[in-house]
Design a protein around this ligand. Structure first.
Ligand code: RP5
Length: 163
């Protein structure tokens, strides 16, 4: 028996990605968007990753966020097994400052898109916001919260003083 799924699935290749990816979860939580976070690897748990992704749409999930570092294939592997939008977050990893993960995630062949965000925490936050924007297309209350969030940012910038 399958349990009902949250709207956004936040996947990461290793628990070591959680320190950064918890920003995705926090951002989704701040908008009251239901989500579930799982460690699933394209390389270390390929079968479990495919099983999870293949079932996601049927369970009610609307957007997949996938983070990985190094030879970062998780987002691409997800995209291969679902027509849900997949947002990729490259992790900085242990070498090359995340450029390896960025290129692995962004350079998908035509026909198999992965919406790729920035390396590390900025990408983790923006992946959540982009997922929320996608969901907001069909959720007026969520759209209103996004407008308020943008307004908060505008006010903060305008209130800043230089000393
Ligand atoms: C990737 O390898 C993971 O997404 C992680 O960013 C990186 C290193 O994983 P660990 O060796 O820390 O488990 O698959």
């Amino acid at each position: 028996m399958t349990t009902p799924a949250p709207l956004v699935a936040v996947l990461m290749g290793s628990k070591s990605d959680w320190e950064v990816m918890k920003s995705t979860a926090e951002t989704l939580k701040s908008f009251a968007v239901t989500h579930e976070c799982r460690v699933l690897s394209a390389h270390r748990t390929p079968k479990e990753a495919v099983d999870y992704i293949s079932a996601a749409a049927g369970r009610g999930t609307k957007v997949i966020i996938a983070a990985a570092g190094g030879a970062a294939h998780l987002a691409g592997a997800c995209a291969a097994h679902t027509i849900l939008p997949v947002l990729g977050v490259p992790m900085e990893g242990w070498a090359l400052k995340g450029l390896d993960a960025l290129l692995s995630t962004v350079q998908m062949p035509p026909g198999m898109p992965v919406g790729t965000l920035a390396i590390g925490k900025p990408g983790a936050v923006n992946a959540a916001l982009l997922a929320i924007q996608i969901l907001a297309l069909q959720d007026a209350q969520l759209a209103a919260r996004l407008v308020a969030y943008r307004d908060e940012q505008r006010r903060k910038i305008l209130s800043e003083t230089l000393t």
